[in-house]
Structures are given as C-alpha cells and as structure tokens.
Design a protein around this ligand. Structure first.
Ligand code: HEM
Length: 371
C-alpha cells in the first residue's frame, strides 16, 4: 500500500489524475449546459473511484463501462453496513439482541457481489499483462501472487481485499470531505470569492487548476484543513489493546477496546480559538511559522487522518484529490443551491463516518469570465 501511495508512485501516476479531473470538469460542464442539478458527493465519489481504479488497474478499469460507478455503489452499501457492525461489536452485549448475525449476512452478500466485480476486472488485467497497459502496483502484487517462493505469499483474495480496502477507504472519505468543504464554502460567499481570487491569480483563466498549482494556493489548503477539523469523516478512531499495560495509573487489559474521539479533540475550546466556527485563516498562520514544536502540537490536536501505525496511508493523495476537485468547482462554476443556505446538519445514528444528513444537491452555472 505504502508503495502505491508514496510520493514517487504518485508522481508517476499524475497523468491519470489529470485525465480524470478533466473528465470530471467536462461532466459538470455538460450538466451545467443542460441546467441539470447534481449531488456533489456522488460526483466526487465517482471521480475518486475512477482515479484510483485507473491508477491501480490501468485500462482494465473501464470508466466507459461505468466501473467507477459500480464500485461507488458497493462502497456506499458497505460503508453503511460495516459502520453499524463496528459499533455493534464495541457495544457488544446490548446490541446482540438487535441482530448482529443479520448484519453479518447483509455484509457478506454485498461483499460477494463486490468481489465478483473485482474478480472480473482482475481477469481483464491478467489478459492484458503483456501489452504495456499494466501498472506498477498490480504488477508487484501479481508477481508476488505467482511466486511460490515469495517471503509473504499473496493470494488472489488478498489482492481483491486490498483493492476493496483502497476503494472503500478512499472513495467515501474523500467524497465526504469534498461535500463538507463545499457546504461550508457555499455558506460563506466571502470564502468562495477569496478562494476564486487566489486560484485566478495563480492559475489564470486559460487552463484548469492542476496539482502543481497546489503549493501556491495556501488559502485553498487552509479551507480543506479547516473543513477536516470541523467535519472529520473519521470522527472516532477505534483501537484495541494488544497487550496488558498501565496508562496514567490505570491498568488496562489486553483486548480492551478504545475509542479516540477525534471530533471532540478538534473542537476542544482549550486548544482551538472559536472552535465551532469555520475560520480557514487559523491554518494560514500555523503553516507559515512551521516550527518543530508547533508541528508536534498540531499532530496531537489535528487528527482528521488518524494517527500512528493505522493512520491513513492515503493522506497526501487525499489532500491532492480533495483540493483539486474543489479547485475545479470554484474556478469554473458558479453554483445555485436549494434555499438560502446549505443545511449542515450531521447524519445521526450509529455511525463511524461523519456525513452530512442531507445530500448536497446544487446546480452548476458555467462561469462567465470578465476580462
Ligand atoms: C480526505 C481524504 C481522506 C480522509 C479524511 C481519510 C481519513 C482516514 C482515517 C481517519 C482513517 C483511520 C485512521 C486511524 O484509525 O488512525 C483512514 C484509514 C485509511 N485510509 Fe484514509 N482518508 C482519506 C483518503 C484516503 C485515500 C485517498 C486513500 C487511498 C488511496 C485512503 C486509504 C486508507 C486506508 C487503506 C486506510 C486503512 C489503514 C489501516 O487500517 O491500516 N484514504 N483514512
């Protein structure tokens, strides 16, 4: 996984992301010309899944045959079911009665269908392995799968599980982050204008925003960070103690479940000024100073990608995908929302993913550039 998501691998797959971002732009432009509304979360999820599919599986992943849309449908179902299952496991006893086994069955049904789709794509990949349409990521996995003497034997199921984890981990979190951030941007026209001004000054109006522009767009980066602080998709981070230990005078047994409340930490009034307000500017000052102590402190109070060995391996790609997607939507379109404000109510119920309670439906209008 680290190999597929490291800086060098990301550099080598940049062309795929450019092509998919352009496709995303054309798709929104098409809807804008037809005056059609769209759901931002759905469009973003398909963009992320198409991008990941192409990055990992090359041309065997067919955007034209809607592989990205099919993967998206499965990951939505799995996200819903599995988070209920995780919560059910943590609060084991009281929830046993409400049917963990039924939940397990539903998860298995969806997982089998997802596996069928991944198996078909894998067979297509194997058929094309000789004609330069392969990817570094899959070639490494396939080599380990075929090598009987490999130190770690990889099975076909391992490969499919890894792909499912990639789509599942990335698609939901990136699209949900995009949706939350766009909701905040729509509700704060001053921020929308400031973002657009920054993008115009760096990118101009003759080309689309691209990844290499991002280091020169600190305000865009700050908007995404502030949105992640207020609306972390991984609001709580579950862990389990692998051995008995003492922490702060408390003796904790091996096997004990621990839930870190990242949501509360990132809204703690003792460490954040005006914790419930959307103020991207706070991240501009933090990134300017860049002192080591400050960085360490940030790591402890800013946890949208989790932390430690199970922290998100897709952090860099996640930032890149979300920032370029928002960049295109602000650079190229004006937006009409339903009503005066986006309803930022949080989804309720037994959930690990923090999502908006209502879909973010809006209508794009092609931007008229004043010369
Ligand atoms: C803005 C986008 C994203 C956010 C907010 C996000 C957030 C998270 C969080 C909170 C976790 C749990 C970390 C923990 O428990 O400490 C996680 C895990 C994970 N994420 Fe992300 N993620 C994002 C994008 C991505 C992308 C683009 C990928 C892959 C291409 C990815 C792959 C994964 C994987 C594989 C895991 C599981 C890691 C493990 O269990 O060892 N994520 N992510």
């Amino acid at each position: 996984m680290a190999r597929a998501l490291g800086p060098q691998a990301l550099e080598r797959t940049r062309g795929v992301r450019v092509a998919e971002l352009e496709r995303f732009h054309r798709n929104i432009l098409d809807k804008a010309m037809k005056k059609q509304s769209l759901k931002i979360g759905e469009e973003a999820r398909i963009l992320v899944n198409n991008t990941l599919g192409k990055m990992s599986l090359g041309s065997s992943f067919s955007v034209e045959k809607n592989d990205g849309t099919k993967v998206s449908e499965f990951s939505i179902k799995l996200a819903d079911l599995s988070q209920m299952f995780c919560v059910a496991q943590i609060f084991h006893k009281p929830l046993e009665k409400v049917g963990i086994s039924l939940l397990k069955k539903q998860i298995m049904d969806v997982s089998h269908k997802f596996e069928e789709l991944l198996e078909n794509i894998l067979v297509k990949y194997e058929g094309k392995m000789d004609n330069h349409q392969s990817t570094e990521f899959m070639d490494a996995l396939m080599a380990a799968y075929r090598d009987d003497n490999a130190e770690y034997k990889i099975t076909r199921n391992h490969i499919k599980a890894l792909l499912a984890e990639l789509f599942f981990g990335a698609g939901e979190s990136s699209s949900s982050t995009t949706r939350w951030a766009m909701g905040e941007i729509f509700n704060n026209p001053r921020i929308f204008e400031k973002l657009r001004k920054e993008i115009d000054s760096v990118v101009g109006n003759t080309r689309l925003i691209q990844e290499s522009d991002l280091p020169k767009l600190p305000y865009l980066q700050a908007v995404v960070k502030e949105s992640l602080r207020l609306h972390p998709v991984g609001a709580v981070l579950p862990r389990e103690f692998t051995q008995d230990c003492n922490i702060g005078g408390f003796y904790i047994h091996e096997g004990t479940s621990l839930v870190i409340n990242a949501y509360s930490i990132m809204r703690d009034p003792d460490i954040w000024e005006d914790p419930n307000e959307f103020k991207p500017e706070r991240f501009l000052t933090a990134s300017r100073s860049g002192q080591e102590d400050e960085k360490k402190e940030q790591t402890l109070k800013f946890l949208p990608f989790g932390a430690g060995r199970r922290g998100c391996p897709g952090l860099n790609l996640g930032y890149t995908l979300v920032e370029t997607t928002i960049g295109v939507m602000v650079q190229c379109f004006d937006w009409e929302i339903e009503g005066d404000k986006v309803n930022m109510e949080e989804g309720s119920g037994l959930r690990f993913f923090l999502d908006l309670a209502h879909p973010l439906k809006c209508t794009p209008i092609p931007r008229i550039i004043k010369s």
